[in-house]
Design a protein around this ligand. Sequence first.
Ligand code: ZN
Length: 175
Amino acid sequence: MVIIPEKKSSKQRNEIKPTGSSPKSLPPLDDILDPIVAFAELHPGAQTLALTARRNPYVPEGVYGIIDSYCTDVDCDCRVAYLSVVSMQMGQLAQLTFGWESESFYQDWMGDFDPLDDADASWNFHGLKLMDLAPQGSLAEPLLKMVGSMLSDKETVEFFKSRYFEFRAGLHQDA
Ligand SMILES: [Zn+2]
């Protein structure tokens, strides 16, 4: 597992107002789902996971950041990490969701709620997937595979799990 320290001078960081109840610069999915905010926005200086592509026929060699974001609804316990894979040169390349709980956990949690009126009933956060509602780049599929193999390491799963709970705890403090 590679960790790159968060850069204080990143563009994202500059847009952040550390105080106030509604962080700006939310992803477009905000319109559909509860506001989703990057972990690093709530916890300045937090580390970001990185993916390294080397001799991958589909992904240009280089380091890709995985920006993890979480839901800010204090009454919600969706247990999902929203992962944006980004590169310095190409910007955002893929939007993934990762749910570490069982399939039935998400089924129970979703109940009758359907974020898309006519979405198929199997919409479920379990596992790692490309986010249906998000724009995806041409590298999205191979990057999904790379993140998938990262998540075969339990340590990486635990990383996102603990970030989720840390993020959620931070929300309650602000409320
Ligand atoms: Zn939620």
